[in-house]
Design a protein around this ligand. Structure first.
Ligand SMILES: *Cc1c(COP(=O)(O)O)cnc(C)c1O
Length: 397
């Protein structure tokens, strides 16, 4: 049955992914089942999306109750769930106002549009350039590809959208050199996740905040992957002792329901007036109910504390593995986002994990990325560490 389905997929689906050769049909907590009934431990969470695990009762109930009442109206009307979801995001962040959309790329598009328009309103024309980082990832639309600092993603899609330049990550003097009177914003991920899990230095982030304030340039943080608890705090910026002007969110925001958001200070968001930007589906009642259920669970159920505790436990285990196996070049991360950089083919290692029953993936060809659900227990971490030890032992020989 599995082979037949995969054959059909090849016939009918655009060939845009190198998919693992299994068909997933069911999920519960940290576990997934394929169509043959085989069980897998999930260390990928749908790429840092299902942070509360699969089929979390609060999200299922929140969505079901809303589905029976109202799926969608339009943003020409007010909707209670959308107002509530925005209030919750504001009350737990630096932000003053929220714009809802449907994905990470769209949240970044909204952030870029807002930064340009804010500058246009305040300073007039021509001040519209954005400094982004080498090795960054901001999405697959034409505009967010231009923001992304990895050329391989835009190959064949030229011409690139103008208005971006890139500087090395974690290098404040490079930003200082690149800032001109045409710059309206600096954009970065505090952890370059798709780029191989590289964490920003605290001193760098603080200096960047000071520099952008001094130059009256907005700071945009792409927290699409790091936001909503992934690093052990609600948002990753809390670790760095700074607040941005604009932040993009998506992935874990609806625990699997497709929803994105752009959060900004009241001051920055003042540049968005009626007609300036829009999204048909953005923050509709169904999407907003998934946000409310997700945030409520994150706040009330000790999920953040678990992320911190289990994250430390995982880190300890990973460092022990690094000591033992010389081909583990580096272990990087915080909370429950970790990268294991290998000097051997990481893709092949990820495939071995799948054969043994753990789902994870590899970024940048050399880094295994671990983003398990934030509700994961130490017992499940033990299963992973024990398996990693076995697989790495085979690689050594
Ligand atoms: C996944 C991701 C995006 C893109 O999100 P989509 O929902 O796939 O458009 C943007 N930025 C970061 C940091 C991401 O991890």
């Amino acid at each position: 049955m599995q082979e037949e389905l995969i054959k059909k997929a090849t016939q009918y689906l655009a060939n845009t992914y190198n998919r693992f050769p299994i068909v997933i049909t069911k999920g519960e907590g940290c576990w997934l089942w394929d169509v043959n009934g085989r069980r897998y431990l999930d260390f990928l969470s749908g790429i840092a999306v299902c942070s509360l695990g699969h089929a979390h009762v609060n999200v299922v109930e929140g969505l079901t109750a809303q589905a029976k009442k109202l799926f969608h109206v339009s943003n020409l009307f007010y909707m209670e769930p959308q107002i509530k979801a925005a209030q919750m995001l504001v009350e737990h962040s630096f932000g003053g106002k929220v714009f809802f959309c449907n994905s990470g790329a769209e949240a970044n598009e909204a952030a870029i549009k807002l930064a340009r328009r804010y500058s246009w309103v305040k300073h007039g024309e021509g001040r519209n350039e954005i400094i982004a980082m080498d090795n960054s990832f901001h999405g697959r639309t034409i505009l967010t590809l231009a923001a992304t600092g990895q050329r391989k993603f835009s190959e064949g899609f030229e011409p690139a959208a103008p208005g971006f330049c890139h500087v090395p990550f974690n290098d404040i003097s490079a930003v200082k050199k690149a800032i001109t009177d045409k710059t309206c914003a600096v954009m970065l991920e505090l952890i370059q996740a798709e780029g191989g899990v590289h964490v920003a230095d605290k001193g760098y982030v603080k200096a960047l905040r000071e520099l952008t304030r001094e130059k009256d340039v907005l700071l945009i943080l792409d927290e699409v992957q790091t936001g909503i608890g992934r690093t052990g705090t609600f948002f990753a910026y809390e670790h760095f002792g700074i607040e941005p002007d604009i932040m993009s969110l998506a992935k874990a925001l609806g625990n699997g329901f497709p929803v994105g958001a752009m959060v900004a200070t009241d001051e920055a968001m003042s540049a968005f007036v009626p007609g300036a930007h829009a999204s048909t589906f953005g923050g509709n009642p169904l999407a907003a109910s998934s946000v409310i259920a997700t945030l409520n669970t994150l706040i009330d159920d000790g999920v953040l504390k678990n992320c911190v505790d289990v994250g430390k436990y995982l880190q300890k285990g990973l460092l022990a593995l690094k000591k033992k196996f010389p081909f583990i070049v580096d272990v990087r991360g915080m909370g429950l986002i970790w990268g294991i950089e290998l000097s051997i083919d990481a893709d092949a290692v990820a495939k071995e994990f799948l054969r043994e029953g753990v789902i994870l993936n590899c970024t940048k060809g050399t880094t295994l990325r671990l983003v398990p659900p934030l509700i994961i227990r130490k017992e499940d971490i033990d299963i992973f560490l024990e398996m990693a030890g076995r697989i790495f032992e085979r690689k050594k020989g």
